[in-house]
Write a protein that binds this ligand. Structure first.
Ligand code: HEM
Ligand SMILES: [Cu+2]
Length: 546
């Protein structure tokens, strides 16, 4: 078996579209996430361009979106729909699918001493369900009437009542909801598969507390996914029904839009916020927990030391997941929540800092006294710790109901969540890609390009997201297409110009990663059996090969 596996390592794999093999499915998820992230990042550049040049006439805007950018000038509605697509793609199709879909599929079975997932056919079905959801999402954006503009949170009542609330709020918003519902189904199937694999497929004699820490993190992520997508799915269906079947779960009585009174009513828009964030906060952990696992392993492999405090790591992950299910109300401090509820949500939110600090301490302790090798997976992992701590610090600020009254819906929040969720997770994905590349494509990535990519990206993301905190201090609203309409924001324009240029720079730097990826996958040096000298089960064992 070891020999077979080593052959599998050296034969460059192809994309196999309908295979049930877990590694083949992993590759498909990887390709989907790459397509998604390239689209998502390009959209962010268009937004950043528009924010500093809101009146610019751009010919291809008009060709692409004739109604969204008549005579080439982007309308606020188009800005909002680009923002909606950017957020939705990044959250669902990058941060949710890549950490589990790609990397759990790639290595979880072998790490458990199994040769396949519990339900291989279901696994392939989960991927294709998610791929269909992606196509439907893109259709929502390019279909007649324009893309939805309710953001990735789709708050009712505006998202519930149709085209009257804006272009794209007709068919576009309906397709958006359909896409998310399909996505929920794919994610639930995949979560069930991972839970069953961990419970059922472990090698005889491998106790749960002997699993590699990565397996724990995928396991807990899958449980979170099961609990929270099973709430988002019915919530999304209820919102769809409000739109297409005349119900009003989320539409209040006597709602007036423009000069029209909306019929029906009696529902509660706040109910959606509760249901959505009951999913939405755990979602952040679904994105980052698999990365915690990958980083723990990578730090240990490249310090040549075991992970410091395995039990504490597992306990902290469980604690983060449990607390993570109980803090959704911190997204609703400004919604008129009872102050005592706010206090409870706030205390629980701040409590997450404790297990998070335990993890950070253990990562640093793993490094301490080790023989540190600054390979590219290691650099990305260190970069992750940095942005995770920086993003965590601003979390303590917005976790205070009083401060959040001011910061809510400002650029402070945009800075906070991009660092803690977006960039932190993306760094773990870079780390996992570089580390497990030999298993993904049978070859090695180029270390020099990897290092350049890391250092420049690290500088770039801080240059984008640190200054955003200052815009937030100044009260700069988010989800807003044109700051030049506010006199009080005029002094911030140089800051925004700097942020936009940093975004161009960071995007350009990502080309290094893409070149490295494509070149290495086709022409990189063939990977040795266990290139990093790691001891986990996904790598063929030295002695078994000799
Ligand atoms: C360096 C690349 C990125 C840049 C320049 C960027 C830029 C932006 C901008 C300009 C907005 C709109 C802010 C507003 O008008 O309120 C935004 C929103 C958002 N971004 Fe990014 N972004 C980047 C990467 C990411 C990543 C990696 C994620 C993954 C989590 C992400 C997730 C989101 C989400 C969830 C929203 C909110 C959408 C909404 O409010 O509905 N972004 N981003
Ligand atoms: Cu949250």
């Amino acid at each position: 078996m070891e020999k077979q596996r080593s052959e599998a390592l050296t034969t460059p794999p192809r994309l196999r579209w309908f295979s049930r093999d877990h590694r083949a499915v992993a590759r498909l998820y990887f390709v989907l996430a790459m397509v998604a992230v390239i689209v998502g990042q390009s959209l962010s550049l268009i937004m950043r361009f528009h924010l500093i040049k809101p009146q610019a006439k751009v010919g291809w805007f008009e060709s692409l979106w004739p109604t969204g950018a008549p005579s080439g000038v982007m309308t606020p509605e188009l800005y909002l729909s680009i923002m909606t697509l950017h957020g939705t793609i990044m959250i669902f199709f990058v941060l949710t699918t890549a950490p589990m879909g790609t990397f759990a599929n790639l290595v979880l079975p072998e790490q458990l001493g199994a040769r396949r997932m519990a339900y291989p056919r279901l696994n392939a079905w989960s991927f294709w369900t998610i791929a269909v959801a992606f196509v439907v999402l893109i259709a929502s954006f390019v279909g007649p009437g324009g893309g939805p503009l309710a953001g990735w949170t789709a708050y009712p009542p505006l998202s519930a009542i149709g085209a009257i609330t804006g272009p794209g709020e007709g068919l576009g918003q309906t397709l958006w909801l359909a896409s998310i519902a399909i996505f929920c189904i794919g994610s639930l199937l995949s979560a069930i598969n991972i839970i069953a694999t961990v419970i059922d497929m472990r090698a005889p004699g491998m106790a749960l507390m002997q699993m590699p820490v990565t397996c724990w993190n995928w396991f807990i992520t899958a449980i979170l996914s099961l609990l929270s997508f099973s709430v988002l799915l019915p919530a999304g269906i209820l919102l769809l029904l409000d739109r297409v079947a005349g119900t009003s779960f989320f539409v209040p009585e006597g709602l007036r839009v423009g000069d029209q009174i909306i019929q029906g009513g009696g529902g509660s828009p706040l109910l959606w916020q509760h249901l959505f964030w009951f999913f939405g906060h755990p979602e952040v952990y679904m994105a980052i927990l698999p990365g915690f696992g990958a980083v723990s392993v990578i730090l240990s492999v490249f310090s040549r030391k075991p992970i410091f405090g395995y039990k504490a790591m597992v306990t902290a992950t469980v604690a983060i997941a449990v607390l993570g299910m109980l803090v959704w109300g911190h997204h609703m401090f400004t919604s008129g929540l009872n102050p005592y509820s706010s206090l409870a949500f706030s205390v629980l939110t701040i409590a997450v800092a404790v297990p998070s600090s335990v993890k950070t301490f253990n990562w640093l302790a793993t490094l301490w006294g080790g023989q540190i090798e600054l390979t590219s997976p290691m650099l990305y992992s260190l970069g992750f710790i940095s942005v995770f701590v920086t993003g965590g610090l601003s979390g303590i600020v917005v976790g205070q109901p009083g401060l959040d009254q001011y910061f809510h819906d400002t650029y402070f929040v945009v800075a906070h969540f991009h660092l803690i969720m977006g960039v932190a997770t993306v760094f773990t994905l870079f780390a996992a890609t570089a580390y497990w590349f030999p298993l993904l494509f049978g070859r090695m990535m180029n270390e020099t390009l990897g290092k350049w990519h890391f250092y420049l990206t690290f500088i770039g993301v801080y240059a984008i997201f640190l200054p955003m905190h200052f815009a937030g201090f100044a009260g700069n609203p988010r989800r807003y297409a044109d700051f030049t309409t506010f006199d009080f924001l005029a002094p911030l324009m140089p800051l925004h110009r700097a942020i936009t240029h940093a975004a161009y720079f960071t995007a350009a730097v990502q080309l290094i990663f893409i070149v490295n990826l494509v070149w290495s996958a086709c022409k990189g040096p063939v990977a040795p059996d266990n290139p990093w000298g790691a001891s986990d089960g996904e790598w063929p064992k030295r002695d078994a090969l000799d």
